[in-house]
Design a protein around this ligand. Structure first.
Ligand code: MRU
Length: 354
């Protein structure tokens, strides 16, 4: 795997051949890279979770727009093609707001450069996508540094889903906080929720923690009550797919359960995410669209069927944690504290003021 820096890597790379994505559906058994020649390949990779995690979806989408224009048939209409590709990518995953963020950013670059012709607009979009990619890694490092300030020596930390280099441009959000804290002697052990149904914790977070040399133990999602009632968790840190303007947070299904139990046991519950995951246009958690995925994902684990063949199932990919259960939101511009409506608005005001 190509190293982006000494201690991180990226699941997304742009090479002479174009866009390549590490196929996360095959991890940890195989490290296979997908070559995306058409925008349909990128859309399929996002939908199938070959590339996943809100920030990584944003970065893949940015490159996906480039792939879309590069692969268009000669003589096609640039405007129509850009709209079609945006719609194709935009229809893949409704909850991760970084997807919309990337499409809107790409639209602006397109509009500013389209008059110069196809080659110029492709070059401008590619340069922008590379900037989005590099900026995401930088944001993650800032999140890691800010988050580590909240940790104390030898904390035992619980996390859910995967928020590491695999879920971002590189380095990770909540896993970036864990990495930075571990480097400072502030993490002695990570509890890794397996994260049913697609096992992002068991397959991906464990794989990343092994590479990082951070001690961890894998647990079933339903162990959270036992762990906390036995006093075995000092902090929770996990990611977000979309944070509403009031701080309500959509994240991988099971996050809300962790938050309720953490609250019951006075364990600080932190959300780590870049500002690009905060959606000021979504007022509260009940306005966040929640993705529901194929029932088959619940009936099968890898090749094995684990229920009656056609067992009816409901596969909610995400849930919403109300802001009152969140102790702090760790962002790339600092740690935001309750009341979040004010601290979020203030963070954006500062960015806009430069
Ligand atoms: O369905 P996934 O694997 O894309 O869900 C990912 C998560 O829920 C992550 O916690 C979130 O996107 C943040 S990743 C830094």
């Amino acid at each position: 795997m190509r190293a982006m820096t000494e201690e991180t890597f990226s699941p997304i790379r742009w090479t002479d051949k174009g866009l390549e994505l590490l196929d996360q559906t095959r991890l940890p058994r195989e490290e296979t890279w997908l070559h995306c020649r058409q925008p349909e390949d990128v859309a399929e990779a996002i939908y199938r979770l070959s590339v996943r995690g809100a920030p990584a979806i944003g970065v893949a989408t940015a490159y996906g727009l480039v792939v879309g224009l590069q692969s268009m048939a000669e003589g096609s209409d640039l405007h129509r093609r850009f709209t079609e590709v945006s719609e194709l990518l935009g229809a893949t995953r409704p909850t991760a707001v970084n997807l919309r963020w990337a499409l809107e950013g790409g639209r602006k670059i397109f509009d500013d450069n389209v008059d110069a012709g196809g080659d110029a607009v492709i070059a401008a979009l590619l340069e922008w996508a590379k900037r989005v990619h590099a900026a995401d890694i930088q944001s993650c490092r800032q999140i890691g540094a800010f988050g580590a300030e909240l940790f104390s020596a030898d904390d035992r930390v619980l996390t859910h889903c995967n928020t590491g280099a695999l879920a971002t441009g590189g380095y990770g959000t909540a896993l970036g906080v864990i990495t930075a804290s571990h480097e400072q002697g502030k993490v002695s052990q990570v509890w890794v929720d397996e994260t049913r149904p697609l096992l992002q914790g068991a397959r991906l977070t464990s794989w990343e923690l092994e590479r990082l040399g951070i001690p961890y133990k894998l647990v079933t999602d339903s162990s959270v009550g036992t762990l906390m009632s036995r006093g075995l968790v000092d902090r929770v840190v996990l990611g977000a797919d979309r944070i509403a303007a009031n701080g309500d947070t959509a994240n991988k299904i099971g996050t809300y359960t962790v938050a309720v139990v953490a609250n019951r046991h006075n364990v600080p519950f932190y959300v780590a995410a870049p500002l690009s995951t905060i959606d000021q246009r979504t007022p509260t958690g009940s306005d966040i669209p929640i993705e529901e995925r194929d029932e088959e994902e619940l009936r099968r684990v890898f090749e094995a069927t684990i229920s009656p063949e056609n067992a009816p199932a409901a596969n909610f990919a995400f849930d919403v944690t109300p802001n009152e259960l969140i102790a702090a939101i760790i962002t790339d511009v600092g740690v935001l504290e309750p009341p979040f409506t004010e601290s979020i608005a203030e963070a954006f005001r500062k960015i806009e003021a430069g």
